[in-house]
Design a protein around this ligand. Structure first.
Ligand code: A2G
Length: 398
């Protein structure tokens, strides 16, 4: 969607995977979907370095509404859990220099059974604009997949549109119309909801790899494929698996929406989420989504073209993933040329998790990495300018 937003994939925090539809503020006040939860997460984004690393959006998901619209037909946030209302929460988020996102559904009901926008599309869009909403996720439960392509109405307020409908169209056996989707949406879901397990993350990685010829060309500045939230720091992934999710999401040019309890996250997981070098890959201004370029006997190699360019040669982020189940680290040895890195000027290669600088390597150089089970090694290879090999462009005045 060409609305000037999401020039790079949106980054922020989204409630759903970790906090779900917990509405029990009586027995579980600290974890229920309430204004306090979002205020707390907004504070932590700012106070604990996430905002400085690029995480900007505080996003509400399902279960924020009253079960009925007002007698005037307006959406009403749950009165006990959001007593100050959504404008007040939005103001709180904005006062911290962050942006505010909300969730609704194209159909009669949201997936969790709260009022959907059907019949109220324009009106609800205006309501969100009046609350200074910056981001709307529009889900597709209880809606007709064929009618979702109309997109979301304009309100005059620029908002990111996160569209769930491609995945509902795929579930309904339709082939999504990606030219409509890229023109109506800043980001969209292609596949199943992420769950807190490695099996779920693997299934997403496989989906994006197996369908990359259809998926990859649709990504670019303003319009991104969304493989769903980062679940780093929760319960289901090991440390290695968390590193893999972060690396592959960066290769996929994915929105980085953390769904984790930032109050209790352990420092090593926070470090993954705040890894500046990997975030820079995700946020690369060219916005070219990467691909799986090798898959054999449980070893995968993923590659993404990034800046800087030199002449017609890109720089690259390269991720090696070990999906073997034999439980020992695997060595992978490959020349840069075999990875498609052919600039005769060479590449400066560094590891983005470990502090390893390989120096400047020629395309013929073989690099060897050791990849832990269900883990990743992610490298960055910056193409070198060739001026030392050319006649200098400067001359010494005589
Ligand atoms: O509703 C759907 O399952 C959403 N999935 C999920 O992300 C979450 O919002 C949930 C809330 O009830 C898609 O948007 C594809």
């Amino acid at each position: 969607l060409d609305n000037g937003l999401a020039k790079t994939p949106p980054m922020g925090w989204l409630a759903w995977e970790r906090f779900r539809c917990n509405t029990d503020c009586k027995n579980d006040p600290d974890n229920c979907i309430s204004e306090n939860l979002f205020r707390t997460m907004a504070d932590i984004l700012v106070n604990e370095g996430y905002a400085r690393a690029g995480y900007e959006y505080i996003n509400v998901d399902d279960c924020w509404l009253e079960k009925e619209r007002s007698v005037y037909g307006e959406l009403v946030p749950d009165r006990t859990r959001f007593p100050r209302g959504m404008k007040s929460l939005s103001d709180y988020v904005h006062a911290r220099g962050l942006k505010f996102g909300i969730y609704e559904d194209y159909g009669n009901y949201t997936c969790a059974g709260y009022p959907g926008v059907l019949g109220y599309l324009q009106r609800d869009a205006e309501t969100f604009a009046s609350w200074d909403v910056d981001y709307v996720k529009l889900d597709g439960c209880y809606a007709h997949p064929s009618e979702m392509d109309r997109g979301y109405p304009e309100t005059g307020r620029p908002m990111i549109y996160s569209c769930s409908w491609p995945v509902y169209q795929i579930y309904a056996g339709m082939q999504p119309n990606f030219s409509l989707i890229t023109s109506h949406c800043n980001m969209w879901r292609n596949f199943d909801d992420i769950q807190d397990s490695w099996a779920s993350v693997e299934s997403i990685i496989d989906y994006y790899g197996n369908n990359q010829d259809l998926i990859v060309p649709n990504a670019g500045p303003g319009h991104w494929n969304d493989p769903d939230m980062l679940i780093i720091g929760n319960f289901g992934l090991s440390y290695e698996q968390c590193k893999t999710q972060m690396a592959i999401w960066a290769i996929l040019a994915a929105p980085l929406l953390m769904s984790v309890d930032l109050r209790t996250i352990k420092p090593e997981y926070k470090a993954i989420l705040q890894n500046r070098k990997i975030i820079a890959v995700d946020q690369d201004p060219l916005g070219i989504q990467g691909r799986r370029i090798y898959k054999h006997k449980g070893i995968e190699i993923w590659s993404r073209p990034i800046t800087p360019l030199f002449q017609n040669y890109f720089s690259y982020a390269i991720a090696f993933v070990n999906r073997r189940t034999d439980g020992t680290p695997s060595d992978v040895a490959v020349t840069l040329k075999e990875l498609g890195l052919t600039s005769p000027t060479g590449y400066r290669v560094e590891d983005l998790y470990e502090d390893v600088d390989y120096g400047v390597l020629s395309p013929q150089t073989k690099i060897k990495v050791k990849v832990n089970p269900s883990g990743v090694v992610i490298l960055r290879a910056d193409v070198q300018p060739d001026f030392p090999r050319r006649v200098p462009y400067y001359t010494t005045p005589k």
